[in-house]
Design a protein around this ligand. Structure first.
Ligand code: R5P
Length: 294
């Protein structure tokens, strides 16, 4: 039987594209919110004995996780065979250790919630820093796909003489991979985080080659504080207009406005719908489903 793809609200385009690419069909589902804020949902197609793929990018995860779990529980009760989750952006990966006494290691708790409800997970470039792989916290089969080649392809088509810069040490893995793929030089700045929306960035020993176009590359841009400070550090070395690229743009309108204010270009993938999404990852996601839904 052909797989069913069920879109959580806001993920309809991705679910439709994946269903078309995988020869599946869409599973109709009504989602709404009662006046008191509780969720209502009704699965309108029969999922009994089928593989069902829920599609939900997990930006702003708190408001999404309960409807997601309710949908998964309902599908199980209705007799689904296998239940997978495609989360183009996977949330709660950055709190990957107890930085201060008493802090919640939310990455582990969140992984527990997902694993309780799904048989497998497909995502794109999760923020793996202190964890080497998702399997360290996720007990279900996981596929972490890489959007780096798509960023490299965009750079090759749009940027003359690119030089890639990561705003911090954590970005090194993405910067190095993208630089390799597009044959560019690269390096990283040094970042200290002062608060949720404030960082300081120093170039350290990194020198941007003369005549190069600086391209900042990171996995996530949220408030934009990291990229905006990195842009300042770039400007101290070169007047060439820099481009900021991130795989996941999770900061919505606030993020877009911050870049608009200084007339800086930000390019992201469409791992969630955001005003700066230019790079399509649908084909990457579809390729990641091979063997899971056949
Ligand atoms: C952190 O380790 C990530 O790779 C990003 O650098 C960070 O999440 C960006 O956040 P913001 O845009 O709020 O500075």
């Amino acid at each position: 039987m052909r797989p069913l793809f069920l879109a959580l609200p806001g993920n309809e385009d991705a679910a439709m594209g994946l269903a078309a690419a995988a020869g599946g069909s869409l599973c109709a589902c009504e989602f709404r919110t009662f006046p008191d804020g509780e969720s209502y949902l009704r699965v309108e197609d029969d999922p009994c004995g089928r593989t069902v793929v829920l599609v939900c990018s997990l930006v702003h995860p708190n408001e999404k996780i309960l409807p997601l779990i309710f949908a998964a529980d309902t599908l199980r009760e209705l007799g689904v065979d296998r239940l997978g989750l495609v989360a183009p952006y996977l949330a709660y990966m950055r709190q990957d250790c107890r930085f201060h006494a008493g802090e919640a290691v939310t990455s582990r708790s969140f992984a527990g919630l997902i694993c309780r409800s799904f048989d497998w997970l497909v995502t794109v470039d999760p923020h793996l820093h202190r964890y080497n792989s998702l399997e360290e916290i996720y007990s279900i089969p996981c596929r972490a796909l890489h959007a780096g080649p798509l960023l490299a392809d965009w750079i090759e088509r749009n940027v003359d003489r690119p030089f890639l810069i990561g705003p911090d040490n954590e970005s090194r893995q993405w910067v190095a991979a993208v630089a390799f793929d597009c044959g560019a030089g690269s390096g990283v700045f040094q970042k200290s985080r002062l608060s949720d929306r404030s960082v300081s960035i120093a170039a350290g020993h990194l020198r941007i080659p003369p005549n190069a176009t600086p391209v900042l590359v990171d996995d996530i841009v949220s408030s934009g504080a990291t990229m905006l400070k990195a842009l300042e550090a770039v400007r101290e070395q070169t007047p060439a207009p820099a481009i900021a690229m991130a795989i996941h743009g999770v900061g919505g309108d606030e993020m877009a406005a911050a870049f608009g204010k200084i007339n800086a270009r930000l390019v992201t993938t469409n791992s969630n719908s955001n005003p700066k999404a230019e790079i399509d990852i649908l084909g990457l996601l579809a390729s990641g489903l091979k063997g899971l839904i056949d």
